[in-house]
Ligand binder design. Structure first.
Ligand SMILES: [Ca+2]
Ligand SMILES: [Ca+2]
Length: 366
């Protein structure tokens, strides 16, 4: 279905680009009057439709002043007491991971305080998968589960050991978040916590249970600062952002694209990066001084901070954020100042008189 919507969008781009161009009189009653292209290849968004987190003067992204996105480094996460251990129903044998580097998947990876390591079960698309944490007596209002964009646990329970029996402290269904705080039905002092996963997200990375960390407590990181701009209609081309400046730590921005608000999340709705099992966003590390970035396909020379370049979309979410693997080239905190967003339109700049036959119209879509 998403393929179909994508194809339709490309067609709509050619027919319904922004900026009306007057139709010639002899085309007034024909299909050609619907052919409208931008006035130029420099296309601007028409409105800001949403912001999250610490954003001041969001209208700056439309070229009216300067929008400022600010984000503090994430506070330190709670840690399990010394002596805490973890066991699991299964775990995958070591291999060379997505990045070709040796990696282990042992259950202890879920409590080592390192979000770059994770427990990965060894029963593809088979359940239940359990992870049992044994700890010196700890009082918990809940736990926070951090998983991976490769696929998150969707349906699971969290139980606590009350000294004689397991107590179901929380039940989660339909999760899609990589980090999820899971409050217990009541605070519990316990020596064991058991996660039982009964469904994982199915991705091309395999329907496995992946748990990067379980933190003892409810982690509420501040919301990611973001601005969503609307180009008014579906457009296609290379996004551009004008930065008035940024903090000196190379804060990252991530772009997530969608043709509709319904499918607009922090992950693009059908892009190369989304469909290939990547992060689903385009990344950029913002330099400290004034700069302009044109989103083109590629990465930094070290292979980090990658972007897809060409996009067909109507909405784009611009977030002050960075992938963990892009450190230290891009950091998920700091300050980013934006004074313009635009698009280098790449499709045929059609006018009614140039679309003079069905053949030409179809040809322009290829
Ligand atoms: Ca870990
Ligand atoms: Ca499994």
């Amino acid at each position: 279905m998403r393929h179909l919507r994508r194809r339709l969008a490309v067609a709509v781009v050619a027919l319904l680009g922004p900026g009306l161009v007057a139709a010639p009189a002899d085309a007034a009653q024909s299909w050609q009057r619907y052919v409208v292209a931008p006035d130029s290849r420099d296309v601007r968004p028409v409105r800001v439709v949403e912001t999250t987190g610490d954003v001041t003067h969001p209208q700056g992204v439309l070229g009216h002043g300067t929008a400022v996105l600010r984000r503090s480094p994430a506070p330190a996460k709670p840690a399990w007491p010394a002596g805490t251990t973890a066991t699991a129903s299964s775990f995958h044998a070591p291999n060379n991971g997505n990045d070709g580097k040796p990696r282990t998947y042992a259950p202890g990876n879920a409590i080592d305080g390192d979000t770059g390591t994770f427990w990965n079960d060894d029963t593809l698309a088979a359940y239940p998968d359990t992870l049992t944490i044994t700890t010196p007596a700890t009082n918990l209002p809940g736990i926070t589960l951090q998983s991976s964009p490769d696929g998150v646990p969707q349906d699971f329970t969290v139980e606590t050991w009350d000294g004689t029996a397991w107590h179901t402290a929380a039940t989660v269904t339909g999760n899609t978040r990589t980090q999820l705080a899971v409050p217990f039905d009541k605070p519990a002092t316990t020596t064991q916590v058991r996660l039982t996963v009964t469904k994982d997200q199915a991705t091309d990375k395999g329907e496995f249970t992946r748990v990067n960390e379980i933190w003892p407590g409810l982690v509420a990181d501040p919301p990611v600062p973001s601005v969503v701009v609307d180009f008014g209609k579906v457009v296609v081309g290379y996004p551009r952002i004008s930065f008035a400046g940024a903090s000196a730590n190379n804060p990252g921005v991530r772009l997530a694209f969608s043709e509709s608000r319904q499918y607009l999340t922090d992950r693009s709705d059908f892009t190369r990066s989304d469909f290939s099992g990547g992060p689903g966003t385009d990344q950029h590390a913002v330099p400290g001084g004034r700069s302009q970035w044109t989103d083109t396909k590629g990465c930094l020379p070290d292979g980090k901070v990658c972007s897809d370049g060409l996009h067909g979309f109507r909405y784009v979410r611009i977030s002050l954020d960075a992938l963990p693997g892009d450190a230290p080239d891009a950091q998920p905190y700091g300050e980013v100042r934006i004074d313009g967003v635009s698009l280098l339109f790449s499709a045929f700049l059609g006018t009614p008189d140039t679309y003079n036959s069905f053949h030409n119209e179809v040809g322009s879509l290829r």
